[in-house]
Write a new protein. Structure first.
Length: 445
């Protein structure tokens, strides 16, 4: 006999913990035996019970040993339906956000600001997909006053699905750029896919926060004619809040204001990268919207320290590292390269790794990044990966020498060369797709 969502929810209220990995079983939890391309957690169902799970949710009757094994049609759908049902019981604001770049940093900034006044719950780490969003929703309990839910996607209709689960009352798209082009079907596909958040909020009467410095976001909003819109950006005449950078060396300082004619607020952050101004202003805008004081907002922004190798500054004995190798795409590469060209430093080095999931656009996009790097005033450029090496053949780049510019097919080749030719007394940007594992280079500096 199949177990309904309402029956599982009754058990969830008694055991409000969810587990999906038997290596991290939470005693008294509900264990969902999810399946993937290379695994089937049903094979660990009995182990989950032995490790302390109260119940196991399965969709293969062959594993139903006792009444503790709850049979459903599909385990993933059951998890998503449970999260939807739980979300419908909540009356708090839920802020949903997506975008090509800056999602996690913006989510953390928003959470840091709002937590100065409210008890918040936010997506942990990068749990932003069809499994992570349901898990995040199911961590919200009666004590929370606001939730911040990050939503990621690499295909169209994914944000639509995640909105149906998280049911955001408020939301923002950080930006739209060139990422996951293969899955989205090009840049227009990216705009359509990310715009599914705007579609949901328009249809549900929700509130949207929009960066007016982004032409694409403005056009996407106007195309949908969303009613409840609050703008943020650098212009003083059209925005709910506005601000500008006052220092980038390498940590950011900024000045922001609620309205024209007042002195405004000066804030020193622990973030690097001029591209993070928009992310900071988004958090400030949401803080103002939810009636936080300027002091609370400033404290939240100043107190946020980036983690997980996203615009994270690491100081070594001889170098300043800008660790930004959690992920990379053409849009984030462009702004990261622009930023290091602008920051104050005596000696600057670019270390760039291949970008993934670009499909037919890979060669053109890697070529464009090489051109951007060559045009940027830095002292040394190091490119790592077969895509960059292949793209270099079509560029009149001059001599590739370790003194100035060089290509390596693999990170291992780069490590060998850097050990023989160490870099010292430099500000170094390390950026590439996650699969390049560029964190292996850090210990060399």
């Amino acid at each position: 006999m199949m177990t309904s969502t309402k029956e599982i929810y009754k058990l969830f209220l008694q055991h409000p913990l969810i587990s999906t990995d038997t290596r991290k079983i939470l005693p008294g939890s509900l264990f969902f035996a999810l399946k993937g391309e290379k695994f089937d957690a049903h094979t660990f169902a009995e182990k989950a019970i032995e490790a302390g799970a109260a119940y196991v949710v399965i969709d293969n009757p062959a594993y139903q040993l006792t009444e503790k094994y709850l049979l459903v049609d599909d385990v993933l759908t059951a998890l998503q339906d449970l999260a939807r049902h739980h979300r419908r019981q909540l009356t708090i604001p839920v802020i949903g956000l997506t975008g090509t770049n800056g999602k996690t940093t913006t989510k953390e900034l928003i959470n840091s600001v709002l937590s100065q006044h409210f008890k918040t719950q936010a997506t942990q780490g990068n749990l932003n997909n069809h499994i992570g969003v349901p898990l995040s929703i199911l961590t919200i309990d009666a004590t929370h006053e606001i939730a911040v839910i990050e939503m990621g996607a690499n295909h169209q209709k994914e944000i639509e699905l995640l909105c149906s689960i998280a049911q955001p009352s408020h939301g923002l798209i950080t930006n739209v750029g060139k990422a996951h082009l293969e899955g989205f079907g090009g840049f227009e596909g990216v705009k359509k896919g990310k715009g599914e958040l705007y579609d949901y909020l328009k249809n549900s009467g929700g509130t949207v926060f929009i960066n007016t410095d982004s032409f694409e976001l403005i056009q996407m909003q106007l195309h949908r004619d969303i009613e409840n819109v609050y703008n943020y950006g650098t212009r003083s005449d059209i925005n709910y809040i506005y601000g500008k950078l006052t220092e980038n060396g390498p940590f950011l300082s900024l000045k922001w204001n609620r309205k024209i004619g007042t002195d405004g607020n000066k804030v020193k952050t622990q973030l690097t990268g001029a591209y993070n101004l928009a992310n900071i202003l988004a958090a400030i805008c949401i803080g103002v919207f939810f009636n936080l004081s300027d002091e609370e907002i400033n404290k939240g922004v100043e107190g946020y320290q980036p983690k997980n190798n996203r615009s994270q500054i690491t100081q070594t004995a001889t170098n300043t590292l800008i660790c930004d190798y959690y992920n990379a795409n053409p849009s984030s590469m462009q702004v990261a390269i622009e930023n290091i060209g602008k920051i104050k430093a005596d000696r600057k080095v670019l270390i760039l790794g291949d970008m993934f999931e670009l499909g037919d656009e890979a060669a053109a996009e890697h070529t464009a990044i090489i051109q951007k790097a060559l045009e940027t005033p830095v002292d040394q450029r190091i490119f790592i990966g077969k895509e960059f090496a292949h793209a270099a053949k079509s560029i009149d780049h001059g001599p590739w020498t370790m003194d100035k510019n060089v290509f390596f097919d693999t990170a291992e080749d780069a490590i060998t060369a850097l050990k023989a030719n160490p870099i010292k007394n430099s500000t170094i940007l390390i950026k590439g797709s996650r699969g390049m594992a560029l964190e292996r280079l850090v210990e060399l500096f």
